[in-house]
Design a protein around this ligand. Structure first.
Ligand code: GLN
Length: 268
């Protein structure tokens, strides 16, 4: 299929603008859009046509096609085993970096690291600290390790749920950060844009709060006297804060769009 034919097909069938079609094509093939404007009769690669179809017809994320996403100025490798890092989470990283600098924190743990975006970004911004990270999925840990190597960040990764892999070293940890699964189960099932991302990274149970409940029930003794920053849903942030109030005094921090998004707890 020629470039021109591809544009006509999607413009007609799915009402997608030529610019949008060429933008996606150019991302997939790593070319400038002008390349296609100059060569409208060029044959588009078979695999590109298939991927564009999958993206526009089924909502398959472009990041899983190109296997990359920009986060805090670095390019992370992503695949279907990890959540695609979101802009909101950059706010969490910026907040953590400021806190680490102000409070001279030296030991940080990221729970549910996925692609490693949070842990690696923190380490890349402040080299003089120890950063550890865990994830329940060994495939995610593989991806995170790959990113750490690619980006030259020395982060210690271990596979396991919640705090389990680092229980013995937990004493020395001063700050725990996490973007845990917090989406309501019904919402994931009814949302096409989330259906290709790992269920385990998104699913927070009926009310999205399972992770926070487990953390407070199972580990509250281990969490007192640490800094904690958790991302949660803008729709349930008050509930998250209420659950976490069993550990310390929660403060709701907004994201850059003014939505209550993070719960922050300081040591007493
Ligand atoms: N921010 C993601 C979303 O709303 C959810 C990430 C998560 O569950 N940690 O799609």
């Amino acid at each position: 299929m020629k470039v021109q034919e591809l544009v006509n097909k999607f413009q007609g069938e799915l009402k997608i603008s030529p610019f949008h079609i060429l933008k996606v094509l150019s991302q997939i093939e790593e070319k400038d859009i002008s390349f296609y404007l100059i060569n409208p009769n060029l044959e588009v690669r078979e695999s590109s046509v298939r991927n564009i179809l999958k993206h526009f017809k089924e909502g398959y994320p472009i990041e899983y096609i190109t296997n990359k996403v920009k986060f805090m100025g670095n390019e992370f490798y992503v695949n279907e085993n990890v959540l695609i890092p979101r802009i909101e989470t950059e706010d969490l990283v910026i907040f953590a970096i400021n806190l680490i600098k102000e409070e001279k924190i030296k030991n940080v743990l990221d729970i549910g690291t996925g692609s490693g975006a949070i842990a690696i970004s923190i380490k890349k911004n402040i080299n003089d600290i120890n950063v550890k990270a865990s994830d329940i999925s060994s495939e995610a840990i593989k991806t995170a390790k790959y990113n750490a190597k690619k980006l030259g960040a020395n982060v210690e990764f271990k596979t396991g749920a919640y705090l389990e892999p680092f229980l013995e070293e937990l004493n020395e940890i001063e700050l725990i950060v996490s973007n845990p699964p917090y989406v309501e189960t019904d919402f994931i099932d009814s949302n096409t844009s989330l259906k290709y991302e790992p269920y385990i990274a998104l699913n927070g149970g009926n009310d999205g709060q399972n992770f926070f409940r487990v953390i407070t029930k199972k580990y509250s003794n281990l969490l007192i006297n640490k800094y904690l920053i958790f991302e949660s849903s803008e729709f349930s942030i008050n509930k998250t804060a209420m659950i976490l109030s069993n550990i310390g005094v929660p403060k709701i921090i907004p994201d850059s769009f003014g939505k209550g998004r993070f719960v922050f707890i300081s040591p007493d």
